[in-house]
Design a protein around this ligand. Structure first.
Ligand code: NAI
Ligand code: MG
Length: 356
C-alpha cells in the first residue's frame, strides 16, 4: 500500500525536523520490502511564502490537502510576520477546517535524557495530554475597538466557546484512550471555580460521560493545581484532558519536564476520518537555533510514529519508538538535552537502529 502524505515544513526548524522525519519514514519503507511506501508532496507555505505572496497558504490550499492520507507539519512562525497572522493563516486554518478536534500530546520520558522530575526510585512516568482542538479559548471570537471612545480607551473582547457536543466528544475520546492504557484514569482540567459558564458545562458534560466508563477512574482538577501536580505528583497521571488553551500550556510544561520542548510529539486528529489528520512536533519554529543543525528531531520523528499508528502500522510505529529510545540511551543527543550531536547525527543513529 502507498500512503500519500502532504509535507508542510513551513518555517525555521520546521524545515529541518520535517526533513528528519521524512528520512526516517523513507528508511522504514525501503526496509519493508515493498509492503508499504510513502508518496510525499511538499507544500512551500509559511512565512517566506507570505512575504512573497501576501498569503500564508494558497487560497485553494485546503482543497489541495483534502485528498491526502495525512499531513506532516513542521512549525509555523517567523519574526517578520505577526504570530497571530501566521498561526491563523496556516496551522489553525488547517486544524479548524479539517475538524481536527482531538489533539493528542504524549508526555514521554526517554532513557539517557535527564528530567528534572526523575524520581529517586525511578517510578516510570508516562502520561498523555488530550487537547480540545476546535473551540474553547482559540475559537477566534471577539473583537477590538469595542468602546468606541478613542485612543487610550480601547476595549477588546476574546471569548471562549464551549459547546455541549464539543465537550462530549473530547470527553469520550479521552475515556476511550484511557481504556486502552495500563492506568485507566482520566484527569479533567478546568478553571470552573472562576469561569462559571463554559467550564461548568465542560465539568457537567465530563461527569455525564464518565458514567459510561465505570472502569475508568475520573478526577477533576483546576488548571493551577494541575500545573503543580505535573511537577509534584506526575505518577498520578494517565490521560489529562483539557481545553485548547489549558492543554496547550500543560503540554509544553510536560515536554519541558521530560527534558526538552524538542522531544514532544503530537497528532491533530479528525477521528471520523472525513478529513486528513495532521502530525507535528509540539514545538514552534525556534528562530533562536534555526538553520544551524541544532534542532532536536525527536518530537517530529515521534509525530511520524503517531502518523504510522494512524495508518494502522502500529508495529512499525513501535520500531521507530524503539529506535528513538536506543538512540537517546546511547547518548546521541542534541544540545537542548545536554549533548553535542547535530540533527543529522540523531537521524542517522535512529535509521541505524531501525535496521539493527
Ligand atoms: P519555540 O517552540 O519555537 O521555542 C521555544 C524554545 O524551545 C526555544 O529556546 C527553542 O530553541 C527551543 N526549541 C524548540 N524546538 C526545539 C527543537 N526541536 N530542538 C531544540 N530546541 C527547541 O517557541 P517560541 O520561541 O515561543 O516561538 C517561536 C515561533 O514559533 C513563533 O513564531 C510562534 O508563534 C511559533 N510557534 C508555532 C507553533 C506551531 O507551529 N505549532 C507552536 C509554538 C510556537
Ligand atoms: Mg504550544
Amino acid at each position: 500500500h502507498t500512503f500519500t502524505i502532504a509535507a508542510v515544513p513551513a518555517d525555521g526548524v520546521g524545515t529541518e525536523v520535517v526533513t528528519a522525519g521524512r528520512a526516517v519514514l523513507d528508511a522504514l519503507a525501503a526496509a519493508s520490502g515493498g509492503a508499504f511506501a510513502f508518496d510525499w508532496t511538499e507544500f512551500p507555505w509559511g512565512c517566506g511564502y507570505y512575504e512573497r505572496t501576501g498569503r500564508m497558504m494558497d487560497d485553494d490550499g485546503l482543497d489541495a490537502l483534502k485528498g491526502f492520507d495525512a499531513i506532516y507539519f513542521g512549525a509555523v512562525g517567523w519574526p517578520s510576520v505577526p504570530d497571530h497572522i501566521s498561526l491563523w493563516g496556516l496551522r489553525l486554518r488547517i486544524c479548524q477546517n479539517f475538524d481536527q478536534w482531538a489533539n493528542v500530546r504524549p508526555v514521554h520520558f526517554h532513557p539517557g535524557i535527564t528530567s528534572p522530575l526523575r524520581k529517586a526510585d525511578d517510578t516510570p512516568l508516562d502520561w498523555v495530554v488530550v487537547r480540545e482542538n476546535s473551540e474553547g479559548e482559540y475559537a477566534g471570537l471577539g473583537g477590538r475597538n469595542l468602546s468606541g471612545r478613542g485612543p487610550g480607551n480601547e476595549v477588546a473582547l476574546q471569548t471562549a466557546l464551549f459547546t455541549e457536543k464539543g465537550c462530549e466528544r473530547i470527553a469520550r475520546f479521552a475515556f476511550e484512550l484511557a481504556r486502552g492504557r495500563e492506568r485507566k484514569k482520566v484527569s479533567s482540567v478546568t478553571k470552573s471555580n472562576a469561569q462559571q459558564y463554559g467550564m461548568v458545562l465542560w465539568d457537567e458534560t465530563l461527569s455525564r460521560v464518565a458514567r459510561d466508563y465505570p472502569d475508568v477512574e475520573t478526577e477533576s482538577v483546576l488548571v493551577d493545581a494541575m500545573s503543580a501536580k505535573f511537577v509534584l505528583r506526575p505518577e498520578d497521571l494517565s490521560v489529562v484532558v483539557a481545553s485548547n488553551l489549558h492543554a496547550d500550556i500543560l503540554s509544553d510544561l510536560g515536554s519541558a519536564l521530560a527534558g526538552s520542548l524538542g522531544l514532544a510529539a503530537s497528532a491533530n486528529l479528525n477521528p471520523e476520518r472525513r478529513f486528513p489528520s495532521m502530525f507535528e512536533p509540539v514545538h514552534g519554529s525556534a528562530p533562536d537555533i534555526a538553520g544551524r543543525g541544532l534542532a532536536n528531531p525527536i518530537g517530529a520523528i515521534g509525530s511520524a510514529a503517531l502518523m504510522l499508528d494512524h495508518f494502522g502500522l502500529s508495529a512499525e510505529a513501535g520500531r521507530v519508538r524503539a529506535a528513538i529510545e536506543a538512540t537517546t540511551a546511547a547518548g546521541v543527543l542534541t544540545p537542548d538535552v545536554g549533548g553535542k550531536a547535530k540533527t543529522g547525527d540523531v537521524v542517522a543513529s535512529i535509521i541505524d537502529q531501525l535496521s539493527s
